[in-house]
Design a binder for this molecule. Structure first.
Ligand SMILES: Nc1nc2c(ncn2[C@@H]2O[C@H](COP(=O)(O)OP(=O)(O)O)[C@@H](O)[C@H]2O)c(=O)[nH]1
Ligand SMILES: [Mg+2]
Length: 197
């Protein structure tokens, strides 16, 4: 079983991306079953969108943030999913304020299960959010294996180029891609997010 942690600020497009990703993964014979864990604090539930009935198991953790207040509850939740369902992948949507690196460290230390970290940046709001919440934006991005600069359809080419460059400056090891989370996921991005075997 593998785990993909998806981070990014509130409204950046995590749920939209996970919906597209899970759809795409379902068609891929390498993936196996998928379980989605939602950790939302006052955010719109993935269940309320289109997931119910789409064939994914969705578990929700609503009573706190899994990178801090719920850190102790996460490993047993993951273990229970592994024992009961044994999926190929768990996709976890972190709350908008979470640091995915803390979640990864927690799961890898306690359970020894490797995690991929994918972080979504909102191209449209990047300048504003980065100026106001520099530490959070940086902290979310700097540990990611892949960074998706989302809402590429809502900004002009120069703005997108600028955001891609700033994001690369924060994390020069990650694979960085522009994204429209409402559309289909390109092959290269799909492979980069899930990583090599
Ligand atoms: N135009 C556009 N809207 C998007 C895109 N991705 C997400 N959205 C919209 O942005 C809002 C927040 O997306 P959501 O996936 O719920 O973000 P989350 O809070 O990070 O899970 C929703 O209204 C989405 O429809 C995108 O690539 N382009
Ligand atoms: Mg969401």
């Amino acid at each position: 079983m593998k785990i993909l942690l998806t981070g990014g600020f509130l409204g950046s497009g995590k749920t939209s991306f996970i919906l597209q990703l899970a759809r795409r993964m379902k068609e891929d014979p390498r993936t196996g079953d998928i379980v989605i864990i939602e950790n939302e604090i006052g955010e719109v539930s993935v269940d309320d969108k289109t997931l119910s009935g789409a064939g994914y198991e969705v578990r929700t953790l609503f009573s706190g943030c899994v990178c801090c207040t719920l850190a102790g509850a996460l490993p047993p939740t993951v273990l229970k999913i592994q024992q009961e369902l044994d999926p190929g992948w768990i996709i976890m949507e972190a709350s908008g304020l979470a640091f995915p690196s803390s979640i990864r460290e927690n799961l890898e230390t306690v359970l020894g299960i490797p995690c991929r970290v994918c972080c979504i940046a909102d191209a449209q709001r990047w300048k504003r959010l980065h100026a106001a919440l520099e530490e959070l934006m940086r902290g979310q991005l700097e540990s990611a294996d892949a960074i998706l600069v989302n809402k590429a359809d809502l900004v002009d080419a120069d703005t997108l180029k600028g955001v891609l460059a700033e994001v690369r400056e924060i994390n020069d090891k990650a694979d960085v891609f522009p994204l429209c989370a409402n559309g289909t996921i390109p092959d290269e991005l799909f492979e980069a997010v899930l990583g090599k075997e």
